[in-house]
Write a protein that binds this ligand. Structure first.
Ligand SMILES: [Mg+2]
Length: 156
């Protein structure tokens, strides 16, 4: 079974992370590291807005790396009144949307397609601040030199 390494580096309590941490413990094979080492990290868990209940999950190489795990995680978030959404760099081509909804067994999740734009700026432009991001590729979320990366231990 695949083992996924999640990176999380944050000193303040984060309830959204608590849900993910419980799911990872329950799963048993995935693990969390707190040291930034881009060669061993499969998914970055970045805390953003402390007041948002939205958890933005990437699709390619994040959800697709373990679909069953993420389906359970989506349920776990929903049962605790979080809103998990998919945020992908793909465009809103019908085939993309069909593939994503199909993989997620039509879980009724909101899907945001940024068409290659940096995700954080795109979502803020849509009026959505994200509480926590889960993504295999952190440069998709924001450019270098932003407080988000400093806060999450990627840049100093
Ligand atoms: Mg990805």
């Amino acid at each position: 079974m695949t083992e996924l390494v999640f990176y999380y580096h944050n000193t303040l309590p984060c309830a959204a992370f608590g849900v993910l941490e419980a799911a990872i413990k329950m799963h048993g094979k995935h693990k969390i590291i707190t040291q930034f080492d881009e060669f061993s990290i499969d998914a970055y868990v970045l805390v953003d807005s402390p007041t948002s209940r939205i958890v933005a999950i990437d699709f390619d190489n994040t959800i697709t790396a373990d679909v069953d795990f993420y389906l359970n995680l989506i349920d776990a978030y929903r049962s605790r009144h979080w809103e998990p959404v998919v945020c992908t760099l793909r465009d809103d081509d019908n085939e993309n949307l069909l593939e994503i909804h199909d993989k997620l067994h039509d879980a009724g999740i909101r899907v945001y397609t940024t068409d290659g734009k940096k995700k954080r700026a795109f979502m803020l432009h849509e009026g959505i601040s994200v509480g926590m991001w889960i993504d295999d590729y952190f440069p998709a979320i924001t450019q270098f030199g932003t407080p988000l990366l400093v806060r999450n231990g990627i840049e100093y």
